[in-house]
Design a protein around this ligand. Sequence first.
Ligand SMILES: C[S@@+](CC[C@H](N)C(=O)[O-])C[C@H]1O[C@@H](n2cnc3c(N)ncnc32)[C@H](O)[C@@H]1O
Length: 202
Amino acid sequence: MQRRSIIFLEQMNDTMIAGVPVEYKKIKEATAELKFNMASDLYTGSLLKTLSASKPAGRFLELGTGTGLATAWILDGLDAKSSLITIENNELLIDVAKKYISDSRVEFILADGYEWLKNYKEEKFDFIFADAMPGKYDLFDEAIGLLKKGGLYIIDDMLPQPNWPLGHDKKAADFINMLEERTDLLLTKLNWSTGIIIVSKI
Ligand SMILES: C[S@@+](CC[C@H](N)C(=O)[O-])C[C@H]1O[C@@H](n2cnc3c(N)ncnc32)[C@H](O)[C@@H]1O
């Protein structure tokens, strides 16, 4: 009988994350000072950067800027012709992102994501990181309607998190079921980081 190898390749140690954005440390410190506990982790950031680089001259959207940790990662993956719009309704948080991220490819919008999604009528996006209620659990059809064919829609926090309110597990389960029933979407679930789902539109 063949024995399976259980050798762990050191090179596959995913805690060793390279290519961290230069702004990351300062934003992280400011995030801790504000006691903001919904920030994206390093794994998610690294994945966002890798996937962002797959859409040259792309149009990118982030819903829920927070303090800009994922914003910095996404920007690090963009080429010079790409652009990113990021939406946040909390001025204190988005001001941290604006303070530390100086990049002409990004537009920071202080707005309610519900209103913004209902009113946005311009060009569609190649990539959406949906990291707030609007565009994910709420107004999903509006958000996915803004994604081009072949575009990527990314979500994190799909594994139970300490900050989930009561009943959120059912909401998350229903949301995943809905995604899996759609015939216009392909998706891969990663039981990694905070639980990531990568969706592409066909
Ligand atoms: C999970 S956090 C985002 C984390 C951020 N993407 C990062 O990388 O650290 C969700 C964010 O959505 C924002 N948010 C919640 N409701 C919103 C709304 N209606 N419109 C816009 N932003 C909203 C919150 O203030 C919070 O900053």
